[in-house]
Ligand binder design. Structure first.
Ligand code: PLP
Length: 421
Protein backbone atom coordinates (compact mmCIF):
# COMPACT_ATOMS: atom_id res chain seq x y z
CA UNK A 1 0.00 0.00 0.00
CA UNK A 2 1.49 3.33 -1.04
CA UNK A 3 1.00 6.64 0.72
CA UNK A 4 -0.84 7.86 -2.34
CA UNK A 5 -3.39 5.04 -2.06
CA UNK A 6 -3.77 5.57 1.68
CA UNK A 7 -4.35 9.29 1.24
CA UNK A 8 -6.66 9.10 -1.74
CA UNK A 9 -8.84 6.31 -0.35
CA UNK A 10 -8.87 7.44 3.28
CA UNK A 11 -10.09 4.19 4.79
CA UNK A 12 -8.85 0.63 4.11
CA UNK A 13 -11.22 -1.69 2.24
CA UNK A 14 -11.94 -3.67 5.42
CA UNK A 15 -13.03 -0.38 7.07
CA UNK A 16 -9.81 -0.37 9.12
CA UNK A 17 -7.40 2.54 9.49
CA UNK A 18 -4.09 2.89 7.70
CA UNK A 19 -0.92 3.04 9.75
CA UNK A 20 2.61 3.87 8.59
CA UNK A 21 4.51 0.61 8.11
CA UNK A 22 7.42 1.76 10.21
CA UNK A 23 8.32 4.73 12.33
CA UNK A 24 11.64 6.35 11.60
CA UNK A 25 13.52 7.68 14.62
CA UNK A 26 15.50 10.90 14.60
CA UNK A 27 19.15 10.91 15.47
CA UNK A 28 19.36 12.24 19.08
CA UNK A 29 21.52 15.11 17.76
CA UNK A 30 18.43 16.52 16.07
CA UNK A 31 16.94 17.30 19.48
CA UNK A 32 20.07 19.12 20.58
CA UNK A 33 19.75 21.68 17.80
CA UNK A 34 15.97 21.72 17.37
CA UNK A 35 15.50 24.87 19.45
CA UNK A 36 17.41 26.89 16.85
CA UNK A 37 15.00 25.83 14.10
CA UNK A 38 11.73 27.49 13.09
CA UNK A 39 8.33 25.76 13.21
CA UNK A 40 8.45 25.47 9.41
CA UNK A 41 11.96 23.98 9.30
CA UNK A 42 11.23 21.48 12.06
CA UNK A 43 8.02 20.44 10.31
CA UNK A 44 9.86 19.86 7.05
CA UNK A 45 12.27 17.47 8.81
CA UNK A 46 9.32 15.61 10.36
CA UNK A 47 7.43 15.52 7.05
CA UNK A 48 10.47 13.95 5.36
CA UNK A 49 10.32 11.09 7.86
CA UNK A 50 6.63 10.47 7.14
CA UNK A 51 6.29 11.24 3.46
CA UNK A 52 9.83 11.52 2.11
CA UNK A 53 9.85 8.09 0.45
CA UNK A 54 7.10 9.02 -1.97
CA UNK A 55 7.31 12.75 -2.44
CA UNK A 56 10.31 14.64 -3.81
CA UNK A 57 11.94 16.76 -1.11
CA UNK A 58 11.46 20.05 -2.96
CA UNK A 59 7.74 19.36 -3.43
CA UNK A 60 7.45 18.41 0.22
CA UNK A 61 9.21 21.55 1.35
CA UNK A 62 6.79 23.70 -0.63
CA UNK A 63 3.88 21.71 0.73
CA UNK A 64 5.01 22.29 4.30
CA UNK A 65 5.78 25.97 3.85
CA UNK A 66 2.54 26.57 2.06
CA UNK A 67 0.58 24.76 4.80
CA UNK A 68 2.32 26.50 7.67
CA UNK A 69 1.89 30.15 6.84
CA UNK A 70 1.05 30.76 10.48
CA UNK A 71 2.78 30.65 13.80
CA UNK A 72 2.53 28.20 16.70
CA UNK A 73 3.75 30.10 19.78
CA UNK A 74 4.38 28.84 23.29
CA UNK A 75 2.96 31.15 25.95
CA UNK A 76 3.83 30.87 29.62
CA UNK A 77 0.75 30.72 31.84
CA UNK A 78 2.37 30.05 35.21
CA UNK A 79 5.88 29.12 36.36
CA UNK A 80 5.45 25.45 35.46
CA UNK A 81 2.88 25.56 32.68
CA UNK A 82 2.94 26.68 29.05
CA UNK A 83 0.18 26.94 26.49
CA UNK A 84 1.05 25.89 22.95
CA UNK A 85 -1.36 27.97 20.88
CA UNK A 86 -2.47 25.95 17.88
CA UNK A 87 -5.12 28.40 16.76
CA UNK A 88 -3.29 30.92 14.61
CA UNK A 89 -4.19 29.31 11.28
CA UNK A 90 -6.73 30.56 8.74
CA UNK A 91 -9.79 29.12 10.54
CA UNK A 92 -8.22 29.54 13.98
CA UNK A 93 -8.35 25.79 14.60
CA UNK A 94 -5.52 23.36 15.26
CA UNK A 95 -7.01 21.23 12.51
CA UNK A 96 -5.80 23.79 9.99
CA UNK A 97 -2.44 22.08 9.74
CA UNK A 98 -3.93 18.70 8.83
CA UNK A 99 -6.70 20.16 6.69
CA UNK A 100 -4.35 22.30 4.64
CA UNK A 101 -1.60 19.72 4.38
CA UNK A 102 -3.99 17.02 3.28
CA UNK A 103 -5.64 19.28 0.71
CA UNK A 104 -2.28 20.10 -0.82
CA UNK A 105 -1.06 16.52 -0.73
CA UNK A 106 -4.22 15.27 -2.37
CA UNK A 107 -4.02 17.96 -5.05
CA UNK A 108 -0.43 16.83 -5.71
CA UNK A 109 -1.36 13.14 -5.97
CA UNK A 110 -4.33 13.90 -8.18
CA UNK A 111 -2.53 16.10 -10.69
CA UNK A 112 -3.50 14.81 -14.09
CA UNK A 113 -6.34 12.70 -12.63
CA UNK A 114 -9.45 13.17 -14.71
CA UNK A 115 -12.27 12.12 -12.42
CA UNK A 116 -13.82 14.32 -9.81
CA UNK A 117 -12.87 13.42 -6.25
CA UNK A 118 -15.40 13.66 -3.44
CA UNK A 119 -14.08 14.37 0.02
CA UNK A 120 -16.38 13.32 2.86
CA UNK A 121 -15.77 14.81 6.26
CA UNK A 122 -17.71 14.46 9.50
CA UNK A 123 -17.16 17.29 11.93
CA UNK A 124 -17.82 18.06 15.57
CA UNK A 125 -17.09 21.69 14.73
CA UNK A 126 -13.54 22.50 13.73
CA UNK A 127 -12.57 19.82 11.24
CA UNK A 128 -15.26 20.96 8.84
CA UNK A 129 -13.96 24.48 8.56
CA UNK A 130 -10.28 23.53 8.41
CA UNK A 131 -10.88 20.97 5.68
CA UNK A 132 -13.36 23.14 3.78
CA UNK A 133 -10.95 26.04 3.77
CA UNK A 134 -8.07 23.81 2.75
CA UNK A 135 -9.98 22.54 -0.29
CA UNK A 136 -11.90 25.71 -1.08
CA UNK A 137 -11.95 26.28 -4.84
CA UNK A 138 -9.45 23.46 -5.49
CA UNK A 139 -10.36 22.26 -9.02
CA UNK A 140 -11.63 18.69 -9.38
CA UNK A 141 -12.47 18.28 -5.71
CA UNK A 142 -15.86 18.44 -4.05
CA UNK A 143 -16.18 18.53 -0.29
CA UNK A 144 -19.17 17.34 1.76
CA UNK A 145 -19.13 18.44 5.39
CA UNK A 146 -21.45 16.45 7.66
CA UNK A 147 -22.18 18.17 10.95
CA UNK A 148 -24.59 17.59 13.84
CA UNK A 149 -27.50 20.01 13.73
CA UNK A 150 -27.52 22.47 16.62
CA UNK A 151 -24.38 20.99 18.20
CA UNK A 152 -21.68 23.29 16.82
CA UNK A 153 -21.13 26.94 17.76
CA UNK A 154 -22.50 29.72 15.51
CA UNK A 155 -19.05 30.75 14.36
CA UNK A 156 -18.02 27.18 13.62
CA UNK A 157 -21.17 26.66 11.55
CA UNK A 158 -20.60 29.87 9.60
CA UNK A 159 -17.09 28.81 8.73
CA UNK A 160 -18.18 25.92 6.54
CA UNK A 161 -21.76 26.78 5.56
CA UNK A 162 -21.03 30.16 3.95
CA UNK A 163 -18.27 29.22 1.50
CA UNK A 164 -20.27 27.71 -1.37
CA UNK A 165 -18.43 26.79 -4.60
CA UNK A 166 -17.11 23.24 -4.17
CA UNK A 167 -18.08 23.04 -0.48
CA UNK A 168 -21.46 21.58 0.53
CA UNK A 169 -22.59 21.52 4.17
CA UNK A 170 -24.90 18.67 5.25
CA UNK A 171 -26.80 19.37 8.44
CA UNK A 172 -27.44 15.97 10.01
CA UNK A 173 -30.27 15.55 12.48
CA UNK A 174 -28.09 13.61 14.96
CA UNK A 175 -24.74 13.65 16.77
CA UNK A 176 -21.13 13.69 15.61
CA UNK A 177 -21.03 9.91 15.98
CA UNK A 178 -23.94 9.64 13.53
CA UNK A 179 -22.04 11.83 11.06
CA UNK A 180 -18.92 9.71 11.43
CA UNK A 181 -20.94 6.51 10.94
CA UNK A 182 -22.52 7.89 7.74
CA UNK A 183 -19.08 8.67 6.33
CA UNK A 184 -17.71 5.24 7.21
CA UNK A 185 -20.79 3.52 5.75
CA UNK A 186 -20.32 5.39 2.47
CA UNK A 187 -16.91 3.75 2.02
CA UNK A 188 -18.41 0.31 2.52
CA UNK A 189 -21.21 0.87 0.02
CA UNK A 190 -20.36 -0.77 -3.30
CA UNK A 191 -22.84 1.22 -5.33
CA UNK A 192 -21.40 4.49 -4.06
CA UNK A 193 -17.73 3.57 -4.36
CA UNK A 194 -18.26 2.23 -7.87
CA UNK A 195 -20.05 5.30 -9.09
CA UNK A 196 -17.86 8.01 -7.55
CA UNK A 197 -14.35 8.53 -6.21
CA UNK A 198 -14.58 8.98 -2.46
CA UNK A 199 -12.04 9.88 0.17
CA UNK A 200 -12.21 11.01 3.76
CA UNK A 201 -10.64 14.06 5.32
CA UNK A 202 -11.24 13.02 8.91
CA UNK A 203 -8.33 12.11 11.10
CA UNK A 204 -8.97 8.56 9.89
CA UNK A 205 -6.97 9.81 6.88
CA UNK A 206 -3.22 9.57 7.53
CA UNK A 207 -2.53 12.85 5.74
CA UNK A 208 -4.91 14.62 8.12
CA UNK A 209 -3.57 13.39 11.44
CA UNK A 210 0.17 12.81 10.90
CA UNK A 211 1.04 16.49 10.23
CA UNK A 212 -0.27 17.25 13.70
CA UNK A 213 3.00 15.71 14.93
CA UNK A 214 4.66 18.97 13.76
CA UNK A 215 3.08 20.72 16.72
CA UNK A 216 4.71 18.45 19.28
CA UNK A 217 8.21 18.88 17.90
CA UNK A 218 7.66 22.61 17.86
CA UNK A 219 6.37 22.50 21.46
CA UNK A 220 9.58 20.86 22.58
CA UNK A 221 11.76 23.23 20.58
CA UNK A 222 10.08 26.35 21.91
CA UNK A 223 10.31 25.06 25.47
CA UNK A 224 14.03 24.42 25.05
CA UNK A 225 14.30 27.95 23.71
CA UNK A 226 13.02 29.28 27.03
CA UNK A 227 15.97 27.48 28.64
CA UNK A 228 13.64 25.03 30.34
CA UNK A 229 15.04 21.53 29.94
CA UNK A 230 13.08 19.72 32.63
CA UNK A 231 11.09 16.59 32.05
CA UNK A 232 8.35 17.53 29.64
CA UNK A 233 4.73 16.48 30.06
CA UNK A 234 2.23 17.31 27.30
CA UNK A 235 -1.52 17.48 27.87
CA UNK A 236 -3.91 17.05 24.95
CA UNK A 237 -7.62 17.92 25.01
CA UNK A 238 -8.98 14.88 23.21
CA UNK A 239 -12.09 13.80 21.33
CA UNK A 240 -11.41 11.58 18.35
CA UNK A 241 -7.80 11.15 19.54
CA UNK A 242 -6.09 12.07 16.27
CA UNK A 243 -4.07 14.79 17.92
CA UNK A 244 -2.84 12.63 20.79
CA UNK A 245 -2.00 9.81 18.36
CA UNK A 246 0.17 12.24 16.40
CA UNK A 247 1.92 13.10 19.68
CA UNK A 248 2.58 9.44 20.38
CA UNK A 249 4.09 9.09 16.91
CA UNK A 250 6.38 11.99 17.79
CA UNK A 251 7.46 10.16 20.92
CA UNK A 252 8.13 6.97 18.95
CA UNK A 253 10.29 9.12 16.65
CA UNK A 254 12.40 10.03 19.64
CA UNK A 255 10.85 13.26 20.88
CA UNK A 256 11.81 13.46 24.57
CA UNK A 257 8.37 13.68 26.15
CA UNK A 258 8.11 12.03 29.56
CA UNK A 259 4.39 11.30 29.30
CA UNK A 260 1.16 12.49 27.75
CA UNK A 261 -2.00 13.52 29.51
CA UNK A 262 -5.23 12.57 27.71
CA UNK A 263 -7.77 15.17 28.80
CA UNK A 264 -11.45 14.31 28.31
CA UNK A 265 -14.71 16.09 28.94
CA UNK A 266 -17.67 14.00 30.11
CA UNK A 267 -17.18 11.79 27.07
CA UNK A 268 -14.71 9.80 29.10
CA UNK A 269 -14.47 6.53 27.18
CA UNK A 270 -10.69 6.60 26.93
CA UNK A 271 -10.35 7.84 30.50
CA UNK A 272 -12.28 4.75 31.60
CA UNK A 273 -10.12 2.54 29.41
CA UNK A 274 -6.96 3.93 30.98
CA UNK A 275 -8.39 3.31 34.47
CA UNK A 276 -9.80 -0.17 33.85
CA UNK A 277 -8.37 -1.63 30.64
CA UNK A 278 -11.90 -1.95 29.32
CA UNK A 279 -12.85 0.01 26.20
CA UNK A 280 -16.59 0.61 26.19
CA UNK A 281 -17.77 3.07 23.54
CA UNK A 282 -21.16 4.67 24.12
CA UNK A 283 -23.32 7.45 22.74
CA UNK A 284 -21.71 10.88 23.10
CA UNK A 285 -23.18 13.54 25.38
CA UNK A 286 -23.06 17.20 24.49
CA UNK A 287 -20.75 19.48 26.51
CA UNK A 288 -19.37 23.03 26.29
CA UNK A 289 -16.15 21.56 24.80
CA UNK A 290 -18.19 20.26 21.87
CA UNK A 291 -15.28 19.40 19.55
CA UNK A 292 -14.46 16.64 22.04
CA UNK A 293 -17.95 15.12 22.18
CA UNK A 294 -17.02 11.76 20.74
CA UNK A 295 -18.36 8.47 22.04
CA UNK A 296 -16.26 6.05 19.98
CA UNK A 297 -12.98 7.75 19.06
CA UNK A 298 -11.67 6.51 15.70
CA UNK A 299 -8.00 6.89 16.47
CA UNK A 300 -8.12 4.80 19.60
CA UNK A 301 -7.52 1.80 17.31
CA UNK A 302 -4.27 3.41 16.20
CA UNK A 303 -3.13 3.88 19.79
CA UNK A 304 -3.84 0.23 20.53
CA UNK A 305 -1.88 -0.78 17.44
CA UNK A 306 1.09 1.42 18.39
CA UNK A 307 1.30 -0.28 21.79
CA UNK A 308 0.62 -3.85 20.70
CA UNK A 309 -2.77 -3.72 22.40
CA UNK A 310 -1.11 -3.62 25.79
CA UNK A 311 -2.94 -1.62 28.44
CA UNK A 312 0.23 -1.72 30.50
CA UNK A 313 2.38 -0.12 27.77
CA UNK A 314 -0.24 2.49 27.00
CA UNK A 315 -0.64 3.57 30.60
CA UNK A 316 3.13 3.87 30.88
CA UNK A 317 3.00 6.75 28.37
CA UNK A 318 -0.53 8.11 28.77
CA UNK A 319 -2.50 9.16 31.85
CA UNK A 320 -6.13 10.26 31.72
CA UNK A 321 -8.36 12.85 33.36
CA UNK A 322 -11.95 13.91 32.77
CA UNK A 323 -13.89 17.05 33.66
CA UNK A 324 -17.50 18.15 33.79
CA UNK A 325 -18.78 21.37 32.25
CA UNK A 326 -18.89 22.96 35.71
CA UNK A 327 -15.22 22.11 36.26
CA UNK A 328 -14.31 23.45 32.81
CA UNK A 329 -16.04 26.76 33.57
CA UNK A 330 -14.35 26.95 36.96
CA UNK A 331 -10.92 26.52 35.36
CA UNK A 332 -11.59 29.12 32.65
CA UNK A 333 -12.56 31.64 35.32
CA UNK A 334 -9.70 30.85 37.65
CA UNK A 335 -6.99 31.06 34.99
CA UNK A 336 -8.42 34.30 33.64
CA UNK A 337 -8.56 35.88 37.10
CA UNK A 338 -5.27 34.57 38.45
CA UNK A 339 -3.04 34.23 35.39
CA UNK A 340 -4.66 36.69 33.05
CA UNK A 341 -4.87 34.02 30.35
CA UNK A 342 -8.05 33.34 28.40
CA UNK A 343 -8.74 29.66 27.83
CA UNK A 344 -11.33 28.27 25.47
CA UNK A 345 -13.35 25.36 26.93
CA UNK A 346 -11.15 22.72 25.21
CA UNK A 347 -7.87 24.24 26.33
CA UNK A 348 -9.33 24.50 29.83
CA UNK A 349 -9.73 20.72 29.97
CA UNK A 350 -6.11 20.31 28.89
CA UNK A 351 -4.85 22.87 31.39
CA UNK A 352 -6.72 21.40 34.32
CA UNK A 353 -5.61 17.84 33.59
CA UNK A 354 -2.01 19.02 33.29
CA UNK A 355 -2.13 20.87 36.61
CA UNK A 356 -3.57 17.78 38.27
CA UNK A 357 -0.80 15.59 36.94
CA UNK A 358 2.42 17.67 37.03
CA UNK A 359 5.05 16.76 39.60
CA UNK A 360 7.78 18.98 41.01
CA UNK A 361 10.64 19.51 38.59
CA UNK A 362 8.55 18.82 35.51
CA UNK A 363 7.57 21.33 32.85
CA UNK A 364 4.09 21.07 31.39
CA UNK A 365 2.66 22.08 28.05
CA UNK A 366 -1.02 21.92 27.23
CA UNK A 367 -2.30 22.30 23.70
CA UNK A 368 -4.67 25.25 23.37
CA UNK A 369 -6.70 23.85 20.49
CA UNK A 370 -9.12 26.69 19.73
CA UNK A 371 -9.22 30.45 19.83
CA UNK A 372 -11.57 31.56 22.66
CA UNK A 373 -13.51 33.69 20.17
CA UNK A 374 -14.73 30.51 18.47
CA UNK A 375 -16.70 29.91 21.65
CA UNK A 376 -17.55 33.51 22.44
CA UNK A 377 -20.93 32.74 23.97
CA UNK A 378 -19.60 30.16 26.41
CA UNK A 379 -16.49 32.18 27.23
CA UNK A 380 -18.43 35.38 27.88
CA UNK A 381 -20.96 33.52 30.00
CA UNK A 382 -18.09 32.58 32.27
CA UNK A 383 -15.79 35.62 32.05
CA UNK A 384 -18.29 38.39 31.46
CA UNK A 385 -19.72 40.24 28.48
CA UNK A 386 -17.26 42.05 26.26
CA UNK A 387 -14.19 40.08 27.35
CA UNK A 388 -13.73 38.39 23.95
CA UNK A 389 -12.67 40.26 20.83
CA UNK A 390 -13.42 38.62 17.52
CA UNK A 391 -10.30 38.39 15.33
CA UNK A 392 -10.70 39.87 11.84
CA UNK A 393 -10.56 36.45 10.16
CA UNK A 394 -13.58 35.26 12.14
CA UNK A 395 -15.55 38.46 11.70
CA UNK A 396 -15.32 37.93 7.94
CA UNK A 397 -16.99 34.52 8.19
CA UNK A 398 -19.83 35.90 10.30
CA UNK A 399 -20.90 38.16 7.43
CA UNK A 400 -21.70 35.27 5.07
CA UNK A 401 -25.08 33.58 4.66
CA UNK A 402 -25.54 30.03 5.96
CA UNK A 403 -26.41 27.46 3.29
CA UNK A 404 -26.82 23.81 4.23
CA UNK A 405 -28.74 20.71 3.21
CA UNK A 406 -30.77 19.11 6.02
CA UNK A 407 -30.52 15.30 6.15
CA UNK A 408 -31.66 12.57 8.57
CA UNK A 409 -29.30 10.04 10.14
CA UNK A 410 -30.61 7.43 7.72
CA UNK A 411 -27.79 6.18 5.48
CA UNK A 412 -30.10 5.84 2.46
CA UNK A 413 -30.90 9.55 2.58
CA UNK A 414 -27.23 10.41 2.52
CA UNK A 415 -26.50 7.86 -0.18
CA UNK A 416 -29.31 9.08 -2.43
CA UNK A 417 -28.17 12.63 -1.98
CA UNK A 418 -24.63 11.72 -3.11
CA UNK A 419 -25.86 9.60 -6.03
CA UNK A 420 -27.92 12.47 -7.35
CA UNK A 421 -24.87 14.73 -7.44
C1 PLP B 1 -10.94 18.41 17.20
C2 PLP B 1 -10.73 19.19 18.43
C3 PLP B 1 -10.26 18.60 19.62
C4 PLP B 1 -10.02 17.12 19.74
O1 PLP B 1 -9.00 16.64 18.90
P1 PLP B 1 -8.96 15.09 18.50
O2 PLP B 1 -7.82 14.95 17.57
O3 PLP B 1 -10.27 14.80 17.86
O4 PLP B 1 -8.78 14.34 19.78
C5 PLP B 1 -10.00 19.41 20.71
N1 PLP B 1 -10.24 20.73 20.66
C6 PLP B 1 -10.72 21.34 19.55
C7 PLP B 1 -10.97 22.78 19.59
C8 PLP B 1 -10.96 20.60 18.41
O5 PLP B 1 -11.45 21.20 17.33
Amino acid sequence: MSLMEAVTTGLASDNGLFMPERIDEFNPDFFKRIYRMTFQDISYEVAKKFFGDEIPFDVLKNLVNDTLNFDCPLVQVDPQVYSLELFHGPTLAFKDVGGRFMARLLAYFLRGFEKEVNVLVATSGDTGSAVANGFYKVPGIKVYVLYPKGLVSDIQEKQFTTLGHNITALEIDGTFDDCQRLVKSAFLDKQLTESMVLTSANSINVARFLPQAFYYFNAYARLRETGNVDDVVISVPSGNFGNLTAGLFAKFMGLPVKRFVAANNENDIVYNYLKTGNYAPRASVSTIANAMDVGDPSNFARILALYDHSHEYITHDVVGYRYSDAEIRETMKQVFDQNNYMLDPHGAVGYRALKADLKDGEAGIFLETAHPAKFTETVENVLGKGTVTLPGKLAEFMKGEKKSVPLSIDFDDFKNFLLKK
